[in-house]
Design a protein around this ligand. Structure first.
Ligand code: ZN
Length: 193
């Protein structure tokens, strides 16, 4: 499991960090040999929403890496001291200058390989006065038929959108809980070395 490597103890400044299983624990952690502090690392929450205006979905074209130039729903890392709905609203304002009313939580996707959890809400766009924020090249409303499926930034976004269009046909939006494992290599590369 990948971890963020620590160089220095944030408690005492020592560089004498060992990656080992502390007494009584089950998993390896960075443990400071100088002061004994155990540095626990836990997944980060990515929060966002699926803003809808008259049946169309708001997408943002990314102006930042990773996945520069690809399309996404407004989403980003939850900040300390922030509720999930507030985080979704803030990301939508930052990336799309868009005001939304946050509705129910819709997709929760675990990404254990990169230590992230996506939490996406359904949302209603309150007006069409949106436009690209600093992290976006473009912001547009899309009909289902025009969604740029081949140019989406993240699998979590594709999964959320596919679920939403299917659920819309059924007329109900139950919470969709899932896990995305690491993508297997494409067939033409499998066994190539
Ligand atoms: Zn220390």
């Amino acid at each position: 499991m990948p971890v963020d490597a620590l160089k220095f103890c944030s408690h005492c400044g020592s560089d004498r960090l060992a990656f080992r299983v502390p007494d009584g624990d089950m998993l390896p952690r960075f443990v400071c040999a100088a002061c004994g502090t155990i540095h626990y690392q836990n997944p980060k929450v990515v929060v966002g929403c699926l803003p809808v205006w008259q049946g169309q979905v708001l997408l943002c074209k990314r102006a930042i890496e990773p996945r520069h130039g690809l399309w996404t729903l407004p989403a980003g890392f939850l900040e300390n001291g922030e509720s999930l709905p507030d985080g979704a609203m803030r990301e939508t304002l930052e990336e799309a200058n868009a005001r939304v009313r946050i509705d129910a939580l819709y997709t929760v996707i675990s990404l254990p390989q990169i230590n992230q959890i996506y939490m996406m809400f359904r949302a209603e766009l309150l007006d069409v006065g949106f436009g690209p924020g600093a992290e976006s090249l473009d912001v547009r409303l899309y009909d289902e038929a025009d969604i740029p499926w081949e140019a989406l930034a993240f699998r979590t976004i594709g999964r959320t959108l596919r679920n939403w269009f299917l659920d819309r046909k059924q007329g109900a939006f139950p919470l969709r809980l899932s896990t995305l494992e690491r993508r297997p290599p494409p067939p033409d590369l499998a066994g190539a070395g």
